[in-house]
Design a protein around this ligand. Structure first.
Ligand SMILES: [Fe+2]
Length: 503
C-alpha cells in the first residue's frame, strides 16, 4: 500500500526570474484549482487516460485559469477501491501554462475488465474522485453498458441528462460532438455564455471550455466513467467543412488559425491520448478502441476532411450530392474504417460519428447537405464495404440533430432492399431547449426510419455477445433543474441479424 504524504512543492528552480514562485510559499498558495473536475477516457485492457486542469479562476479572460506562469507538479493516484486504501498505480505530471495547466496522464499496467478510482493532488489540494474502467482483454468480455450523448448547448438548458446518465453508472460514455457551442451570448436563455462574443481565438475557446466544464452535472458524467469523444462542427464553427467556413461567411484567411486554436483547446480539455495531440490546424481524432471480443468502437471525424457541402448547404434537392468524388470522411479515413471493420476483433462494430447516416428525405424530397445524404457515394462505398467483409452486427451511432431517431440501414434506400445495419441517433443533452413530445418526424418518405422523439436526453445500451438492448432516455424539460429521466422507447438488436426489433 502506498500513501501520498502532504508536502510543499518545490519548483522554484524552474521558475523564470520575475515569475511568481509556487513552492516558495507554503502549500495552498493556489486557490482550489480543480474547479473543472476530473475525467478519464480512451480505455484499453491495461489502462486509460486521466485528465484534469488547474484553474482557480477558470473564466479569466486570458484563458489561463488564474494560474501563474509556473510549472506545477500534479500527483495522481489510481486506487483499487474508492477509499484509495490500496493503490494500483500512482505518479506525477507537470502542468505548464503552454497547455493551460491541463494534465493528460496515460496510465498503463492495470488489470483488464475492472473498475478503478482516481484522483489528483496539487499544491496541497485534492481533487474530486473519478471512476474509470479498463476494457476486457482481446477475446473476452461478456457485458458492457454504454451510454452516448451529443449537443449540449449551455445556454438553452440545464445538463440534467448528463446527471442522469452518470446515475446509470455506465461502463463507458461516448460523446458524439457539439460538446461546446461557439456562438455569442444570448440574453433570453436559462444561462449565459462566457465569453460574451463568438469565440475565435485560443483564449476564448479555453474560457468557453472552462465554462462548460464548471457545470457540476457534466463533471458528474465525466467522473462516472471513461469517455470516448469525437467532435462535430460547433467545437470550431457551425457547419464548417475542412478549411471552408460555413456558407455565407467570408472566406476569411484566418480560418486556419481559428481551427488551430479550436482544436488545441479541444485537445487540452478532453481525456485524449498524446497520439491525438494536434499539430497546427490538424488533429488525428479518428481512432479505434477495442472492447475485448465484444465490440470495436470506430470513432469517426466527419468535419476535418470533408468536401464542402453541396448546393450551398441546407436542405436541398441536389444531384451534385451524389458525385462519387465527394467525401465526408476523406479517402484515407474511409479506407481506415473498412480495414478496421475487416479485423473483426469484436462481435459488434460500433461506429461513433456525428451526422445522420441513413437516407432521410423530407416530404418534398429534399435532404440535408450537411449529413451523409450530401455524400451518398461515400456512404454507399462504406455500406458495400462492410457487407463485402461480412459485418452483420454494425451499429452506427449519431448525434447532431437534437432529436431521438432510430433507423434500419438499407442496402438500397430507394427500393428498401434488405437491412444491413442499424442506426441509433441520440437527441441533444440541452440544445434547442425543452422539447415537444407530441411532435412526430416519422414519415412515409423514410420507411426504414422507425422512431422519432423531440425531447432532450441520451441513449443507454446494454451489450452482450448476442444482443444489444437500447433505451432512449429523456427528460421532460431542461429549462428547470433536476427533472427525472424516463425511458421513452426501447429496442433490441440481435448480433448477426441487423435492424431494430421490439424488446
Ligand atoms: Fe448540435
Amino acid at each position: 500500500m502506498t500513501r501520498l504524504h502532504r508536502r510543499t512543492f518545490l519548483v522554484g528552480g524552474l521558475a523564470a526570474a520575475g515569475a511568481p514562485l509556487i513552492g516558495a510559499t507554503p502549500a495552498n498558495a493556489l486557490a482550489y484549482p480543480f474547479t473543472l473536475g476530473v475525467a478519464s477516457g480512451e480505455p484499453t485492457a491495461d489502462g486509460f487516460v486521466l485528465w484534469t486542469r488547474l484553474a482557480p479562476r477558470p473564466l479569466n479572460a486570458d484563458g489561463l485559469g488564474g494560474m501563474p506562469n509556473t510549472p506545477v507538479t500534479v500527483e495522481w493516484q489510481v486506487g483499487l477501491d474508492q477509499a484509495f486504501s490500496q493503490l494500483a498505480a500512482s505518479g506525477s505530471a507537470t502542468a505548464v501554462q503552454a497547455s493551460a495547466h491541463t494534465v493528460h496522464v496515460e496510465v498503463a499496467g492495470l488489470q483488464p475488465d475492472r473498475e478503478y478510482w482516481y484522483r489528483f493532488r496539487a499544491d496541497g489540494h485534492i481533487s474530486q474522485v473519478g471512476r474509470a474502467r479498463t476494457a476486457p482483454a482481446l477475446g473476452s468480455g461478456s457485458a458492457l453498458t454504454m451510454a452516448f450523448a451529443s449537443c449540449a448547448h449551455y445556454e438553452t438548458g440545464y445538463y440534467t441528462a448528463y446527471r442522469r446518465m452518470a446515475e446509470d453508472r455506465p461502463d463507458l460514455i461516448l460523446h458524439l460532438g457539439d460538446y461546446i457551442y461557439e456562438g455569442a451570448a444570448a440574453t433570453d436563455r436559462v444561462r449565459t455564455h462566457s465569453p460574451s462574443a463568438e469565440i475565435t481565438n485560443l483564449a476564448n475557446y479555453r474560457v468557453r471550455h472552462a465554462l462548460y466544464k464548471m457545470d457540476v452535472d457534466l463533471q458528474a458524467a465525466h467522473a462516472a466513467a471513461p469517455w470516448l469523444v469525437v467532435w462535430d462542427d460547433h467545437e470550431v464553427e457551425n457547419n464548417y467543412a475542412n478549411l471552408v467556413r460555413q456558407e455565407g461567411q467570408a472566406p476569411a484567411g484566418d480560418f486556419r488559425a481559428r481551427r488551430e486554436a479550436a482544436y488545441r483547446a479541444y485537445y487540452e480539455h478532453m481525456p485524449l491520448r498524446s497520439a491525438q495531440s494536434p499539430v497546427r490546424e490538424n488533429m488525428q481524432l479518428y481512432r479505434r478502441v477495442n472492447w475485448g471480443g465484444l465490440a470495436t468502437f470506430h470513432m469517426l471525424d466527419t468535419r476535418q476532411y470533408r468536401s464542402d457541402q453541396a448546393c450551398g448547404d441546407g436542405s436541398q434537392n441536389c444531384p451534385e450530392a451524389d458525385a462519387p468524388t465527394r467525401s465526408l470522411t476523406g479517402n484515407a479515413q474511409e479506407q481506415w474504417l473498412l480495414d478496421g471493420m475487416g479485423q473483426k476483433f469484436g462481435t459488434w462494430d460500433i461506429i461513433g460519428q456525428q451526422v445522420f447516416f441513413a437516407q432521410r428525405l423530407a416530404a418534398d424530397g429534399k435532404r440535408s447537405m450537411d449529413a451523409w445524404d450530401g455524400y451518398t457515394a461515400n456512404r454507399k462505398r462504406i455500406q458495400d464495404g462492410w457487407q463485402a467483409r461480412g459485418n452483420t452486427s454494425t451499429v452506427v451511432l449519431t448525434g447532431d440533430v437534437h432529436r431521438s431517431w432510430a433507423a434500419n440501414l438499407m442496402n438500397n434506400y430507394t427500393t428498401q432492399d434488405k437491412v444491413i445495419g442499424t442506426e441509433l441517433v441520440t437527441t441533444s443533452i440541452s440544445s434547442d431547449g425543452d422539447g415537444d413530445a407530441s411532435h412526430t418526424g416519422v414519415t412515409p418518405t423514410n420507411p426504414h426510419v422507425k422512431f422519432y422523439k423531440n425531447l432532450r436526453g441520451y441513449v443507454r445500451t446494454s451489450i452482450t455477445p448476442t444482443r444489444m438492448n437500447v433505451d432512449y432516455r429523456a427528460v421532460d424539460k431542461v429549462s428547470v433543474r433536476d427533472m427525472p429521466v424516463k425511458t421513452v422507447q426501447s429496442y433490441v438488436i440481435e448480433a448477426g441479424n441487423p435492424g431494430l426489433q421490439a424488446p
